[in-house]
Design a protein. Structure first.
Length: 598
């Protein structure tokens, strides 16, 4: 009898295993249960659980239904009632450049008081070795501080002593301490680039303040003159930065290039990770020309050597792809977003039209998507004249591909109609959350109410993606950006937007997920948690949909998944967090402060 029972048990077990193997195509690799899953489909479906297979969403539904997809090999995660959202996708974030410099930078992002910021500066100066600098490169606003003001040159010098120091505020101004001025050999006789100046005090001596008026070349040049990190340190910094982005639930980012950031030389940190299959984030990138007056030739060379949409040796599908050209297609057509200085006008630059037209035509002829940095409505109107000309001259070929305007703070309704007619889109960023007070000071609170007119863009059916423009013009943290879209308030809680220009939480999240996927032509594969879409999602620290508005700023991820793989985990899921080495060099501010400050 015993033998018969053992035989039956063995037979049943064997049958169950065989049955599971035969149905393995239906079983999930990963299941998250007991959650509030925001699918973000057209019906804004909320479910209890999500199942993942082969890097894609297999199903969403009730705990009972999704657990039917569990096998012995399935990793099971209990969300304990937390909210799950599609992975955030920043439509305009300088990821490769951010990673390149991350380990060298002291971040003031999120710091609540100037007193604390100066203390961090002092501590970092004490540990920074000879030959290196203390650097705070953007991501903050004086209005986030309790003191509501900039640091003074005297305070900076007292905190840093004889360690060279550089502090950047947006692309408006920067501070060099006395040691920094000496190191760069800048004195009262040094000539500033056109459209900028070195501030002098009543005694005629340099204060250390660098002013973009509005040309930021003076600021770019100083950043570029700082000692570089080694390639090993930059690769490590890229890992640290992407882990930091994962910490906030970011699973994708679209890189807009940037000044002082050359392709392919300065992209090595990200390329090394991508080629090793170690990208914890999906990254699309646009190429930004560096040589003023030779942009056409730069793009020509890039187009001969590179294909858009090409994934190369990369192991993660849609993991590291070239998208096109931007954001300054021609430097002469750039309008600088410095609200502390007068608005720049294209009419003051006689070659702007011919410069940008031939570059746009080059993109259209080669089938390359493009994006154009344009802050002001007047700039956008002028550039649209050129885009319309190219579209006519190419018999409508321009509208067959993807193109967009970046920023568009003061775009007018007429130009929104023109963009839509040309099959274009817009990427908006949270720059006003960091510089809105200065915008109001220069242009008035009425103009600020619709800067940019996000709700109007959406009502017209324009494709719109959301982002930050981090790491210099704003912080890379997406949650203050979402807070700004929902409340219309700056990081200093100053009310900017009109009530009819505010978004619901669902609308803001849509722009940060499916909306941003449009920018990189990926809306069919990511941006929602519908079946068959990429399994990119995060479990949030709190319920984005119901918490008080102010607390949206404080959200973060306790578990982030990219392509079905856990790339970040904290708190109750901390044991699942992939290991990462410490930041190098050992004196890196990342080892002492991390990135965004709570």
């Amino acid at each position: 009898m015993k033998r018969l029972i053992l035989f039956l048990v063995f037979t049943i077990t064997l049958f169950s295993c065989k049955n599971e193997e035969n149905n393995d195509f239906e079983s999930a690799d990963l299941i998250v249960t007991n959650a509030k899953v925001a699918v973000m489909d057209n019906d804004r479906t909320i479910t209890e659980a999500i199942a993942v297979k082969n890097g894609k969403v297999l199903a969403t539904g009730s705990n009972e239904d999704i657990l039917k997809l569990k096998s012995q090999k399935t990793k099971l995660i209990d969300a304990k009632g937390r909210t799950v959202i599609p992975g955030l996708n920043d439509s305009h974030l300088h990821l490769t450049r951010g990673g390149r410099f991350y380990n060298a930078e002291l971040r003031w992002d999120g710091v609540k008081s100037l007193k604390q910021a100066l203390q961090m500066l002092k501590e970092q100066a004490q540990r920074t070795p000879k030959g290196q600098w203390v650097r705070v490169i953007g991501g903050w606003s004086p209005f986030q501080f309790e003191e509501k003001r900039f640091p003074t040159p005297e305070e900076i010098n007292e905190a840093t002593g004889d360690i060279p120091t550089y502090i950047l505020f947006l692309y408006s101004r920067a501070w060099l301490n006395k040691a920094g001025l000496k190191e760069l050999k800048i004195d009262e006789k040094t000539k500033a680039p056109e459209g900028s100046s070195f501030e002098k005090g009543p005694d005629g001596k340099l204060t250390g303040v660098l002013l973009a008026e509005p040309n930021p070349t003076i600021l770019y040049a100083r950043i570029g003159s700082l000692p570089p990190l080694t390639e090993e340190e930059m690769v490590n910094g890229t890992k640290q930065f992407y882990r930091e982005l994962n910490r906030f639930g970011i699973t994708s980012g679209i890189d807009a290039g940037g000044g002082g950031h050359e392709f392919p030389k300065d992209y090595s940190g990200t390329k090394v990770l991508a080629n090793k299959g170690k990208m914890p984030i999906r990254l699309s990138y646009y190429l930004f020309p560096q040589n003023k007056g030779a942009e056409y030739e730069e793009f020509q060379e890039w187009m001969q050597k590179n294909d858009v949409g090409h994934n190369g040796e990369i192991h993660l599908d849609h993991g590291y792809e070239l998208e096109g050209g931007g954001e300054f297609l021609a430097w002469s057509a750039g309008d600088f977003e410095n609200f502390l200085a007068p608005q720049p006008m294209l009419e003051d630059r006689p070659t702007w039209r011919s410069d940008i037209k031939k570059v746009i035509r080059l993109h259209v002829d080669n089938g390359w998507p493009f994006r154009i940095h344009a802050t002001y409505g007047e700039t956008i109107a002028n550039i649209l004249d050129v885009i319309e000309e190219v579209n006519t001259e190419t018999n409508g070929k321009l509208v067959e591909n993807r193109w967009l305007i970046d920023h568009a703070e003061t775009v007018k309704e007429k130009e929104l109609q023109r963009i839509k007619a040309l099959n274009g889109g817009i990427a908006i960023q949270a720059r006003m959350a960091y510089a809105g007070e200065y915008f109001v000071e220069r242009y008035g609170d009425e103009k600020a109410k619709y800067a940019p007119p996000i709700k109007q863009m959406m009502d017209k059916g324009l494709p719109v993606g959301a982002g930050t423009d981090g790491t210099r013009v704003a912080s890379y943290n997406p949650w203050p950006a979402l807070y700004w879209m929902i409340t219309g308030k700056t990081v200093g809680d100053f009310q900017l937007s009109a009530n009819d220009n505010l978004l619901t939480r669902e609308e803001a999240l849509y722009l940060y997920t499916k909306g941003s996927a449009w920018v990189s032509k990926e809306e069919d594969v990511k941006g929602t948690l519908e079946n068959g879409m990429y399994a990119d999602f995060s479990i949030l620290s709190n319920d984005y949909f119901t918490i008080p508005e102010k607390k949206i700023n404080d959200l973060y991820s306790v578990l982030t998944v990219v392509g079905g793989t856990i790339v970040y985990a904290a708190e109750e899921h901390a044991s699942l967090n992939p290991q990462i080495e410490k930041a190098i060099p050992s004196w890196s501010p990342v080892n002492f402060y991390g990135g965004y400050q709570k």
